[in-house]
Design a binder for this molecule. Structure first.
Ligand SMILES: [Zn+2]
Length: 290
């Protein structure tokens, strides 16, 4: 995909198609009458007389970074199934660390989908992220669904909700408590759904809101072999925990949420759509308000 965008011209042509369907609109007065100046990648408005490019008012205008770098960065991020560190991104793009960090942050913001809701059979589970895997006994989950409390001060609780063979929502919680979990679950899952959870107290009281609430209180073996289970989320927990190994005292919740947004975006969208969707989101993100 990215091979197509080796020059500024190719990038601009693509963005013009995405933003205007090839009919430029003046961002200052909304007139559709203008003259193109292809060499400068700009248009002159007949109504207000101003000159504009497709980048005006978009995130791409806010940096001096060449467009081709943006496109390569998007390609690298989309191709890295588990994500890519901003350090690796800076090496691959040959830009400094701050620029790579900025790019990653903005691209991840464009991956956020606040309007998504889930339905059908939806597994819900929670985990704690942080610390090295050698410390994992500190946050061992008990059969009852409760956790050992020792050593968890530095760990960040994460909630996952996934449709059977469908979409996923991942969220950093303030606390893994009913107060934090219940309103979010109600907001993001349609009421005529079947939710599947373990016996953790954070999920009690949801039965009345949903068509069905299957509570798994069985052994690990039974859980995996039950037609209802929360096994799909296990793979995500492993991935997320690996990504944050060693960040024991300094996990930033904002950083973690943006990584979760990236994982969910990649799971929820087909590869071919991801590129277009991301570019469209970037064109519409109002960078001034973020
Ligand atoms: Zn105008």
């Amino acid at each position: 995909m990215v091979e197509k965008f080796k020059t500024k011209k190719k990038c601009i042509e693509y963005l013009e198609k995405q933003r205007w369907s090839d009919n430029p609109i003046c961002p200052y007065c909304n007139s559709t009458k203008n003259t193109s100046k292809p060499k400068e990648f700009r248009h002159t408005c007949h109504q207000c007389g101003k000159s504009f490019s497709v980048l005006v008012g978009t995130i791409f205008e806010s940096t001096k970074l060449p467009l081709t770098k943006w496109f390569v960065a998007i390609g690298l991020i989309l191709n890295a199934k588990k994500g890519i560190s901003s350090l690796q991104l800076s090496r691959d793009l040959n830009v400094n660390k701050n620029t790579a960090w900025y790019l990653q942050k903005r691209i991840r913001q464009a991956m956020q989908d606040n309007s998504l809701t889930l339905k059908g059979i939806v597994e819900i589970d929670e985990t704690y992220v942080g610390g090295s895997l050698s410390n994992k006994h500190y946050y061992k989950k008990l059969e009852s669904g409760k956790y050992h409390k020792t050593g968890m001060e530095h760990k960040v609780p994460v909630l996952g909700m996934i449709e059977r063979e469908g979409k996923i929502i991942l969220k950093v919680l303030e606390k893994a408590s009913a107060k934090d979990i219940r309103p979010f679950v109600k907001l993001k899952i349609e009421p005529n759904s079947t939710i599947v959870t373990d016996g953790f107290g954070g999920y009690t009281g949801l039965k009345d809101h949903f068509d069905n609430h299957v509570v798994l209180n069985h052994s690990q073996y039974e859980r995996k072999n039950n037609q209802f289970n929360t096994c799909t989320l296990e793979g995500f927990w492993t991935l997320i925990k690996r990504a944050f190994i060693g960040q024991y005292h300094k996990i930033s919740r904002i950083h973690m949420q943006s990584y979760l947004n990236e994982l969910a975006f990649k799971h929820n969208n087909k590869y071919l759509n991801m590129f277009n969707l991301l570019i469209n989101n970037l064109l519409h993100v109002n960078y001034a308000t973020i």
